[in-house]
Design a protein around this ligand. Structure first.
Ligand code: AHR
Length: 519
């Protein structure tokens, strides 16, 4: 019989005891570089929701304009105005959910600016990201079209900071009401007779900062007022996502929750970036170690924020969303000028960071609802990079390939894993199963130690398996425009016995082993 870890049971215990019991369990270490791992086939920890692999795209730098949207008359190969290479790569990976239009931009975005004939759309200054004039040629219809092309569920971040309840209410009616109201007929006249049926709605973004500089009590008032008018139309019930803490800031989450009465958001959005004080391709060992160590803190934050929410009556129904995460390195002004604001290269180090994040989301699957890395193209830790908004090149980054390696976990059941070392930069492991397969991902974040992994399977037996690995000895290695396939996943040897799996895991690597379960 399966043993499930109950969130409720955790919430009742003391924070310290609970934290210890829910962080990945450890077993006794081996003196050599052999890392012992135990996977417990009968100890389940929730479903790995595909939404843990969600994405975020903001009107920032060359993420939307130039990265995703080049316009129909562009010399860059495009499909209906979308950059063809980007669409092809993203569709191949499968993007479960896409959040738009911000970020900070969301609380200064007025959706009516982005509908109707492109020549008549308002031109507004993007006050957050460079003060350029935004022509709004990419608006709601273009966003929904993008989501349909890459198979993503749309997630619209509403404007609370500078908008009104009426404006947000109308956006929902415009998107979701089938026909017969002035707004739904306007949508049809703009080319989309079918409702968009958007489920995910953000109620502001970073309301403690660029989304209005509010106090948590103030935001709770705003949340209550705005959400009264955010309604279900013809079976599309909005899933309301409140603006959550910056990192593990309980001083935001607690007073916000206390400021609600019976209202409970469907989700709460936590943002947790992993800063780095070096340019992306020039990291030092020390800076890399600091940055990669932050993932242990993210895991702790997930556990503590979850416990905090569970402590409120019906708080356990609030889905915890890591809505913006990823590495945020020191920007290179020349690259920003050439390629766009917050354009950042993705290196082997970034792929390891992605692997550490995705592993922790798997391990804490029962506490999470969705996780969206920032951002999908050309901004921060992106899946794709182009050589500027007008550049013809589009490369899949090391982060793209880390996501590809984790794709087999989607929709499987997460399993409890024990490892022999508890330090933040030790071997990171997660496992998930369905009736046919067991999938295990390993990340070695160390720059100077190759590991031998000896993994025992308890209450599980397997017959065969294969592994793929993403690895480069140089943590600053990346997929450049002149060398776009420098770091890509390769087949990797693995020894599979009935209840034992062994493989070598070189320094700085991310590997996934897919095993066929015995009936
Ligand atoms: O992703 C870049 C910015 O980081 C977003 O606009 C904001 O939400 C966060 O501070």
């Amino acid at each position: 019989m399966s043993k499930k870890i109950s969130r409720r049971r955790f919430a009742k215990g003391s924070a310290a005891v609970a934290l210890a019991s829910l962080l990945p369990q450890r077993i006794v270490a081996d003196a050599s570089n052999t890392q012992k791992v135990v996977i417990h086939g009968d100890s389940e920890a929730g479903i790995v929701r595909p939404e843990f692999h969600g994405q975020f795209a903001e009107h920032l730098g060359s993420c939307v304009y130039g990265g995703l949207w080049v316009g129909k008359s562009s010399p860059i190969p495009n499909v209906d105005g979308y950059r063809k290479a980007a669409i092809d790569y993203l569709a191949a990976l499968g993007i479960p959910v896409l959040r738009w239009p911000g970020g900070c931009f969301a609380d200064d975005y007025h959706w009516r600016d982005g509908i109707g004939p492109a020549s008549k759309r308002s031109r507004r200054v993007n006050i957050h990201w460079g003060g350029y004039v935004e022509d709004n040629s990419f608006g709601t219809h273009e966003f929904i079209g993008l989501c349909r092309k890459i198979g993503a569920e749309p997630y619209l971040a509403g404007n609370v900071g500078s908008g009104s309840p009426e404006e947000l209410r109308d956006w929902i009616e415009y998107c979701n009401y089938p026909s017969g109201s002035t707004l739904s007929d306007e949508r049809a006249a703009n080319g989309s007779p079918e409702p968009f049926r958007v489920r995910y709605w953000g109620v502001g973004n970073e309301s403690w900062g660029c989304g209005g500089n509010m106090r948590p009590e103030e935001y709770a008032d705003a949340y209550r007022r705005f959400t009264v008018y955010m309604r279900e139309f013809e079976g599309t019930k909005p899933f309301l996502i409140a603006s959550g803490p910056n990192g593990n800031d309980e001083r935001w989450t607690r007073p916000f929750m206390e400021g609600l009465r019976w209202e409970r958001p469907d989700g709460i959005s936590m943002h947790y970036y992993s800063g780095g004080r070096n340019p992306a391709t020039k990291f030092t060992v020390e800076e890399m170690k600091k940055q990669l160590s932050s993932f242990a803190l993210i895991e702790k934050s997930v556990i503590q924020q979850r416990a905090l929410l569970d402590g409120f009556q019906h708080g356990s129904e609030v889905g915890l969303i890591v809505d913006e995460w990823g590495v945020w390195d020191q920007m290179d002004p020349k690259e920003e000028e050439h390629y766009g604001r917050l354009w950042q290269q993705s290196t082997m180090r970034s792929a390891v960071a992605a692997g550490l994040g995705l592993n922790l989301f798997n391990r804490q699957a029962d506490k999470l609802y969705m996780c969206n890395i920032a951002q999908m193209v050309n901004v921060l830790q992106s899946l794709l990079l182009t050589d500027g908004p007008e550049g013809q090149h589009c490369v899949r980054t090391t982060t793209y390939y880390a996501y590809e390696l984790f794709k087999p976990h989607r929709s499987k059941t997460s399993l409890r894993v024990e490892t022999s070392d508890s330090s933040p930069l030790s071997l990171s492991v997660s496992a998930s199963k369905n009736d046919q397969d067991l999938v295990v991902s390993f990340v070695n974040p160390q720059h100077d130690a190759d590991l031998e992994v000896d993994c025992a399977l308890r209450n599980l037996s397997v017959s065969e398996g294969s592994a793929r690995i993403l690895h480069d000895n140089d943590f600053n290695a990346y997929n450049g425009f002149d060398n776009p396939e420098r770091v890509t996943p390769k087949p990797h040897p693995v020894t599979v016995e009935e209840s034992r799996v062994r493989l070598e895991l070189p320094r700085l690597s991310v590997a996934t082993v897919t095993l066929r379960r015995k009936a």
